[in-house]
Design a protein around this ligand. Sequence first.
Ligand SMILES: [Zn+2]
Length: 71
Amino acid sequence: MQCRHHPDREARVVCQKMVTGYCQECLENGAECADPTNYCKFRSQCIIHQLSKDRRMEGRDRPAAGAFTGA
Ligand SMILES: [Zn+2]
């Protein structure tokens, strides 16, 4: 699996719903789910969704690092 934006790179994480990969740089630059509005049965274990949610919560009361609500 290659990065969606960088075909020359190996993906570090893969969206299981969209079958789309992202490299480390894309994650750090704020990769978002390619289809965030539709229901995703993988969401509770989707690292891409989790990371984007964590970013949105920055500046507020964040849960402890690594906390995983499954919500
Ligand atoms: Zn990339």
